[in-house]
Design a protein around this ligand. Structure first.
Ligand code: AMP
Length: 321
């Protein structure tokens, strides 16, 4: 339970605590020996090279590399290029997670999930060609606003629910939902990113790896039980609470106190949160995974119905996803 490790793709903000399995298979792999490059989806591995892109401004820096806004010279297509040092991936023993991230993200096509268009490498770096999310990280916006109003929070929540619902239908469990892993495009459009902890879990299979970020862990992970896609439903409840309150619900200085509060579902909702929003938070943050509200029912919840009247009309497209 004390294995604390950040997945390479997450730039964890101070105070965020990520989990990882201590005796991971990464220890036995290396980029060269594992045939790592060969194992990635071939269709995405076009003939790309760095000279195909015109480099624009730096969008940000993660633990394992930098992200730039780039333009593909032939078509003028603007996208984001994530540049990662191959040696660092090996040194930090995260090749396996990296492969999994590419395999999963390459197959995801949803308006609220960040697209991976392709990837390539040279002697020094691995490059991911990603959809460009013009407004950057949701976490930064939340920190600057302190908390979101009900209309904004509900609009973000329904988009994340839509993305998760799509992933679950494809038997993908995200497992690391948090504001740091959500990017924003124009018009407040959510782009779920960072599929590094995601797992492909066909129906009826249960997982045991404890992963994700401490404050977002569900009771079944804290209690080292098996878990399934309903871990994402719990995390959506934590996310919604953080949107409305400005901090996650079980946050404590000391991790073991956080664990205990999660296991007991010791939920304290401030009085400024509307009763309808509090009701949805409770329905998401339900101890028993089976009793959590279904993602498909969130759109019919009274808090959503009340606030959707104020959402941008572009939301109509979302309903089709
Ligand atoms: P990462 O290495 O994925 O954690 O990304 C580092 C930073 O780059 C993030 O905090 C974002 O601000 C920015 N960033 C990453 N990917 C994108 C993207 N596709 N579009 C816009 N900004 C991005």
């Amino acid at each position: 339970m004390d294995a604390i490790k950040s997945p390479y793709w997450s730039h964890n903000s101070p105070g965020r605590r990520s989990m990882g399995s201590r005796n991971s298979v990464f220890n036995r792999l290396s980029l060269r020996k594992s045939g790592f490059m060969e194992s990635l989806p071939k269709n995405l591995h076009k003939k790309w090279k760095i000279s195909d892109f015109e480099l624009g401004r730096k969008l940000g820096k993660g633990k394992f590399g930098k992200v730039y806004c780039v333009r593909e010279i032939e078509t003028g297509f603007v996208c984001a290029l994530k540049v990662m040092d191959k040696r660092e991936l090996v040194n930090y023993k995260v090749e396996r997670q990296f492969v999994r991230e590419i395999e999963i993200q390459a197959n995801v096509r949803h308006v609220n999930c960040l697209r991976l268009y392709g990837w390539f490498y040279d002697h020094k770096n691995v490059y991911l060609i990603l959809e460009y999310a013009a407004e950057g990280e949701l976490y930064k916006l939340l920190k600057s606003k302190k908390r979101f109003d009900d209309v904004t929070a509900s609009y973000y929540t329904i988009q994340v629910a839509s993305a998760l619902s799509y992933l679950h239908k494809k038997h993908i469990v995200h497992r690391d939902l948090k504001p740091e892993n959500i990017l924003l495009h124009f018009n407040n459009q959510i782009k779920l990113s960072d599929f590094g902890w995601s797992v492909y879990a066909p129906s009826n299979t249960k997982r045991t790896t404890m992963c994700g970020t401490l404050d977002y862990l569900p009771p079944e992970m804290v209690e080292a039980k098996t878990h399934d896609e309903k871990v994402d439903v719990w995390a959506l409840g934590v996310l919604l609470y953080e949107f409305l309150v400005g901090r996650p619900p079980f946050e404590e200085q000391n991790s073991s106190t956080t664990y205990k509060r999660i296991a007991k579902v010791d939920l304290r909702i401030p009085s400024f949160v509307s009763p309808e929003a509090a009701d949805l938070i409770r329905k998401l943050l339900t101890y028993e995974p089976e009793k959590r509200i279904k993602l498909s029912d969130i759109g019919r919840h009274p808090w959503i119905l009340k606030n959707r009247l104020h959402w941008p009309s572009t939301f109509m497209n979302l309903d089709k996803n």
